[in-house]
Design a protein around this ligand. Structure first.
Ligand code: SAM
Ligand code: SF4
Length: 323
């Protein structure tokens, strides 16, 4: 591992090694649980050279893994080139990407060739009408399923299929989603709904019970990844769970986020942001950037408060911060 002269520690002493970088606020889906913004990209978002500079600065501070997200990152015209830039940054060991899957039929191979190692595809249902209900008319199931098949054929180091579980909407097809993922060599993961939009959250413990009822009995497993998911093991592979609300994972948080317009955000559930775009455009030196980031992390609180009453009023839109 490359040695970094500085180490990024937050106010709680947590070591930040993982950066989530939003490439655009735009999206062609309109998921009911995700706040939609209609911002155009233009000059307000970080340009490709600005992204290169920011990623290099974070790599110098010890960040080792970058996840490209959005909005929908594949809507950014330069997504493949940006992925290659990030991969080529000294110190960055892994590039990951999260997508709604609609354009993977065209982009899976170019993204893999650009150095994306880990791919997460969001799929909440295997039913076309339910998908339209959750994600709007722009979401076409056959495109997402074809995209997942293309990703499976391209052969990423890791392929995960993420499902946000919503009571009365998709909690009857959890077993089918697991079987579909396993049949494609992918790992299914179930995410608790966070309070950014509509929908009835289903606690992880209930999701596990429903999986057993729907033909997927699971056993505990020690596997952990870079993120907050924990895993269980079943007949066809692993299943991941992200209990964002009922299993607070803030204690082991190792990540920070940058919005498409260059806002550095230390916590998904917080509202403080440092404007890296303004700093970059004002000609800040690498040292100045690093100091500003370190100071922002120094103010990061011990945990998010999304599980508390009124949380919806204070959290930022998911679309702007990339999940
Ligand atoms: N458009 C891409 C996608 O959907 O995969 C990337 C961005 S999206 C904001 C990143 C992840 O956040 C997706 O897996 C999505 O399901 C998840 N997400 C969005 N809103 C959420 C919410 N309210 N609760 C839990 N997960 C959410
Ligand atoms: Fe778009 Fe992803 Fe938000 Fe759905 S979750 S609206 S696909 S950004």
């Amino acid at each position: 591992m490359a040695c970094s002269p500085r180490t990024l520690l937050d106010a709680q002493g947590r070591h930040i090694q993982y950066l989530r970088l939003s490439l655009t606020d735009r999206c062609n889906f309109r998921c009911s649980y995700c706040s939609v913004s209609n911002y155009e990209d233009g000059d307000r978002i970080l340009s490709r050279p600005e992204i290169r500079r920011v990623v290099a600065a974070f790599a110098g501070l010890g960040v080792r893994r970058v996840r490209l997200t959005g909005g929908e990152p594949t809507l950014r015209r330069e997504v493949v080139e940006i992925a290659a830039d990030v991969r080529a940054t000294p110190g960055i060991e892994e590039v990951a990407l999260t997508t709604n899957g609609h354009s993977l039929r065209q982009l899976a191979v170019p993204l893999r060739d650009a150095g994306v190692l880990a791919l997460n595809v969001s799929i909440d249902t295997l039913d076309a009408a339910t998908l339209a209900r959750i994600s709007g008319r722009g979401a076409r199931l056959h495109e997402v399923l074809d995209g997942i098949d293309a990703a499976a054929a391209a052969g990423f180091g890791s392929l995960k299929l993420n499902t946000v579980v919503m009571g009365g909407v998709n909690d009857g097809e959890l077993g089918a989603l697991v079987r579909h993922a396993w049949s494609r060599g992918a790992t299914p993961r179930f995410i608790e709904l966070m309070p950014f939009g509509d929908g009835v959250p289903v606690p992880t413990a209930v999701v596990k019970r429903k999986l057993t009822e729907q033909g997927v009995p699971l056993l505990p497993d020690p596997k952990r990844g870079w993120g907050p998911a924990h895993y269980m093991r079943g007949a066809g592979g692993h299943v991941g769970f992200i209990g964002a609300i009922t299993e607070n994972f803030c204690e082991t948080c190792n990540r920070a986020r940058i919005t498409a317009d260059g806002g550095f955000q230390a916590c998904l559930g917080g509202s403080e942001r440092l404007d890296l775009r303004d700093l970059l455009r004002a000609g800040a030196s690498d040292e100045h950037l690093a100091d500003a980031v370190q100071a922002a992390l120094g103010r990061k609180g011990p945990r998010h408060h999304m599980d508390e009453a009124g949380a919806r009023l204070v959290t930022l839109p998911m679309m702007g911060i990339g999940g």
